[in-house]
Design a protein around this ligand. Structure first.
Ligand code: APR
Ligand code: PHB
Length: 403
């Protein structure tokens, strides 16, 4: 067995693990990444593509925003389509100047992997039998790689290994509480090299179910339609997909939609999931390992980034300023943000999707809620404030109201 040691062992090289590695490197903190898949697999995964300002700022701080600044598309608004009519939510004006940036998670991952490679930081790809040990006392990680067994002694373990990872699963049941909601539908997504139907994203509420028109660039589009969770990709030819998408759009969008061969087609299930706490002794969970949001509202990657912002800061405080304040407050700080993003994603999912189980009363209530949101300044402001990403501090204007 080969023995190594490091300050922080990071399990998983998704965006969470990679970003943490990059921030630790910048701060001069020694770390390793252990990933079960191959580098090619990690770099090719297709995921969402909307970054909040705080995520962009963090990637900039990590020194990996060059491509993002060159190719990212800043968006000042989104459209909500209901009853054949589009309503623009002016994110920028409603939030005092904030924006979101369209830039694929696949690109974020590639930029981080490239930085890692040029800095010659160590990543064990295709690691088998990854196990974490003694995270209450003297943590270490064991795994097999290229027919060799490894043991890595470390001061902390960062569990960035996604929903199905080994870290959360290693915590004794009595020490962890989870909260979950599984939705009875999925998103059938298609990626195609066709220009987007509209300059801005269109979230579609229709009697036939939800749809979303998104993009990766001015020449690459990403579209989704709500399908039953029991459906399978084999049931959907490209033609069938485009026909159903058109059925859910308004006439103007239908006429403008450019169709083409799909580059990728898959069905993603929708789930809300939260783990409490996010710290167990010297093990810290971050990103999808700790929580899952349904994709409506695009919070998944952004929540992972904000966890990592807190975790990197906590490790920097510990190693460079000899303070345990950051690590002691990590879980509570993350969870305060996580629950609010979970609420927004759950709410937007409810509002815009068709649920077969809902009564006529529930359905009409949702219609009333949506028309309230679209007609009210307060309603639109609330949607916009959440969509661009909630501020880290409570609004100071609020405190002034009753002063
Ligand atoms: N050992 C090592 N690595 C593992 C293990 C394991 N036992 N289990 C999983 N992994 C790896 C996965 O192969 C993957 O590369 O951990 C990584 C987790 O990455 P993600 O699933 O992308 O999770 P995260 O980095 O938290 O990113 C969150 O990704 O899924 C989206 O919506 C989500 O946008 C959000 C973002
Ligand atoms: C995407 O572009 O993949 C995307 C955009 C917005 C969402 C979800 C996914 O809310």
């Amino acid at each position: 067995m080969e023995k190594l040691s490091t300050q922080v062992a990071i399990i998983g090289s998704g965006p969470a693990g990679l970003l943490l590695g990059q921030l630790l490197y910048k701060a001069g903190i020694d770390h390793l990444i252990i990933e079960q898949r191959s580098a090619d697999y990690v770099a090719a995964r297709i995921r969402a593509g909307i970054l909040e300002q705080v995520s962009v700022d963090l990637l900039r701080k990590a020194g990996v925003a060059e491509n993002l600044e060159k190719y990212g598309l800043p968006h000042d608004g989104i459209e909500i389509l209901t009853h054949q009519k589009k309503h623009r939510i002016n994110l920028n004006k409603l939030t005092g100047g904030k924006q979101v940036t369209v830039y694929g998670q696949t690109e974020v991952t590639k930029d981080l992997m490239q930085a890692r490679e040029s800095q010659q930081l160590q990543t064990f790809y295709e690691a088998d039998n990854v196990r974490i040990h003694d995270f209450d006392t003297q943590p270490y990680v064991t795994f097999d790689n290229k027919r060799q067994s490894f043991r890595i002694d470390c001061q902390f373990i960062a569990g960035c290994d996604g929903f199905h990872g080994v870290c959360r699963a290693s915590v004794p049941q009595e020490k962890i509480k989870t909260f979950e909601k599984v939705y009875p539908f999925g998103w059938l997504g298609v990626l195609a090299d066709v220009p987007p139907v509209s300059e801005e994203l269109i979230y579609v509420q229709s009697e036939r179910g939800f749809a979303l028109c998104s993009m990766r660039s001015n020449t690459r589009s990403r579209y989704y339609i709500q399908v039953p969770i029991t459906d399978s990709v084999e049931n959907w030819s490209d033609e069938a997909f485009w026909a159903e998408l058109k059925n859910r759009l308004d006439e103007d969008s239908r006429n403008k939609l450019v169709t083409g061969a799909s580059i990728e087609k898959s069905i993603a299930p929708l789930r809300s999931f939260i783990t409490e706490p996010m710290r167990f002794g010297k093990l810290f969970l971050a990103g999808d390992a700790a929580h899952i949001v349904p994709p409506t509202g695009a919070k998944g990657l952004n929540l992972a980034a904000s966890d990592i912002g807190f975790l990197a800061e906590a490790f920097i405080e510990y190693f460079n300023r000899h303070s345990e304040h950051g690590i002691d407050n990590y879980s509570q700080k993350c969870l305060a943000r996580v629950w609010k993003a979970e609420r927004f994603s759950w709410w937007m999912t409810h509002l815009l999707h068709r649920f077969d189980t809902e009564s006529e009363f529930d359905h009409r209530m949702k219609q009333a809620e949506l028309s309230y949101i679209l007609e009210s300044f307060a309603g639109q402001s609330s949607l916009a404030e959440n969509y661009v990403g909630l501020p880290f501090e409570a609004d100071v204007k609020l405190a002034a109201l009753n002063a």
